[in-house]
Design a protein around this ligand. Structure first.
Ligand code: TYD
Length: 182
C-alpha cells in the first residue's frame, strides 16, 4: 500500500496545536482519508511518568526528562499495537501533536542542542515527518491562554522558559531547514 503522510504539529505551550490537529483530522476524514491522531508525551507508561514529573508528583533532572522523551518517542514509533509505523503501514495518515522538534526546543533550551539531536537520531532515521507544522505565537499570548481555567502550572510553563523555548525553535528550524520539511 502507498505510504500515507506523517504530519507533526509543533510550537510553544498554548500555541493551539491540539485545536489545529483536531480540525485537520476532521477535514481529512471528511475527504475520505483514514486518520490516526496522536500526541507526545504519549499515554504509555513512559509518557505517564513524564506527566507525573510535569505535574510535580515526581522530581527529575531535565537531562533525565530529555532521556525519557527519547524512550517515549521510540515506543510511540515502534509499539507493535498502536505505534506510528504500524499505523502508517495500515494505511492511516498520521498526525502527531509534538514530535522530536519539541525535544530540540524544550531540552535544547537547557542542555547542548547537538546532544538532543543526536539522542533523537534513531527516531529521525526511522521516520521524519513529511511536514513539520510550526505554530508561531508570542510567549505572552501562549501563557495567557494556558492560565485560563488553570489553578496550577506545569514544570516548563513559565514565561521565561517559553521565551527560551521559542528562541530554540527558531534556532533549530534554521539549523535543520535543509534536512527537514518545515
Ligand atoms: P503539551 O503538548 O502541552 O501537552 P498537554 O496539552 O497535554 O499539556 O506537552 C506537554 C509538555 O511536554 C509541554 O510543556 C512540552 C513538553 N515536551 C518536552 O519537554 N519535550 C518533548 O520532547 C515533548 C514532546 C514535549
Amino acid at each position: 500500500m502507498e505510504k500515507r503522510l506523517f504530519l507533526a504539529f509543533e510550537g510553544i505551550d498554548g500555541c493551539g496545536k491540539s485545536t489545529q490537529v483536531k480540525m485537520l483530522a476532521e477535514r481529512l476524514t471528511a475527504a475520505g482519508f483514514r486518520v490516526w491522531s496522536t500526541f507526545e508525551p504519549t499515554d504509555s507508561p513512559i509518557g505517564s511518568m513524564i506527566r507525573d514529573i510535569f505535574s510535580h508528583k515526581m522530581e527529575a533532572d531535565h537531562r533525565t526528562i530529555a532521556g525519557l522523551f527519547v524512550a517515549d518517542r521510540l515506543d510511540h514509533l515502534l509499539n507493535k499495537t498502536n505505534g506510528i509505523l504500524k499505523k502508517l503501514d495500515e494505511g492511516y495518515t498520521v498526525i502527531t501533536d509534538r514530535y522530536y522538534f519539541s525535544s530540540y526546543a524544550y531540552h535544547g533550551a537547557h542542555m547542548p542542542l547537538d546532544w538532543v539531536i543526536e539522542a533523537n537520531s534513531l527516531a529521525a532515521d526511522l521516520l521524519r515527518p513529511d511536514l513539520n507544522i510550526y505554530l508561531d505565537i508570542t510567549p505572552e499570548i501562549g501563557m495567557q491562554r494556558l492560565s485560563l481555567g488553570r489553578t496550577s502550572m506545569e514544570l516548563f510553563e513559565t514565561l521565561e522558559n517559553q521565551r527560551l523555548v521559542k528562541d530554540k525553535y527558531t534556532e533549530v528550524i534554521r539549523k535543520l531547514e535543509t534536512v527537514e520539511k518545515i
